[in-house]
Design a protein around this ligand. Structure first.
Ligand code: ADP
Ligand code: ZN
Length: 216
């Protein structure tokens, strides 16, 4: 399986598609957002350091996220990595190139998920997830069948992210356009970019991504 980056603004659906690729193809999702939230929850020193920055919607330092990726990016076993939410700056993109090189791996494709800002706001400010199984819900478009109980696993541990507020989202979008969107031009120039329509049905987005993975 190839190693790919999913690129796109917050709420584009990167996490959803990454989880599907794990289930369908046995690929390995590397989400710096998930790693940082795990550090926050477990109360490590690094977690305490990044908590406020994340809740405001700002990017944490390159040094921290590059360190997290470095820890996880062992020589690949061929399953294929999905980088989700990383890289988010040009410095992170350079670091990733070096790490892949050092571990004898290649970056095979960068998939940009395109969406409109209005959709992002609607998607994100209603979102909640199951703390037990990771299922994702939405107040208006996909509520749980029984209020407060996860459809999939029955857990009552439903959570909202600290940065899924309108204020933090404004900052997250600004950070994205300022610091992350230049990566689109960067990977385009390297001939590695494919853009897919992130506004399409989830299954249609999955098949668009599958096409990129299967083109060999
Ligand atoms: P989303 O894509 O929905 O904004 P993520 O879960 O990818 O969510 O990231 C949540 C937050 O974690 C970001 O707003 C940022 O504070 C931090 N973060 C995650 N990945 C990175 C990264 N590569 N560089 C800097 N900060 C990051
Ligand atoms: Zn659940």
């Amino acid at each position: 399986m190839p190693n790919i980056i999913l690129l796109g603004p917050p709420g584009a659906g990167k996490g959803t598609q990454a989880k599907r690729l794990e289930d369908d193809r046995g690929m390995v999702q590397l989400s710096t957002g998930d790693m940082l939230r795990a550090a926050k929850t477990s109360g490590t020193e690094m977690g305490r350091l990044v908590a406020n920055v994340m809740d405001r919607g700002q990017l944490v330092t390159d040094e921290i996220v590059i360190g997290l990726i470095e820890e996880r990016l062992t020589a690949g076993d061929g399953r294929g990595f999905i980088f989700d939410g990383f890289p988010r700056t040009l410095a992170q993109a350079d670091a990733l190139a070096r790490l892949m090189d050092r571990t004898g791996q290649t970056l095979d494709a960068v998939i940009e998920m395109r969406v409109d800002d209005e959709v992002l706001v609607a998607r994100i400010t209603g979102r909640y997830t199951c703390g037990n199984c990771g299922a994702v819900y939405h107040d208006t478009t996909k509520p749980t069948a029984k209020a407060g109980v996860c459809d999939v696993c029955g857990s009552t541990d439903l959570r909202r992210r600290g940065d899924d507020t309108e204020d933090a989202l404004k900052t997250r979008l600004m950070e994205y356009y300022k610091k992350t969107s230049p990566l689109i031009g960067y990977y385009y120039a390297k001939g590695q970019l494919t853009s897919v329509d992130g506004l399409a049905e989830m299954d249609a987005v999955s098949s668009a991504i599958a096409k990129v993975l299967d083109r060999g």
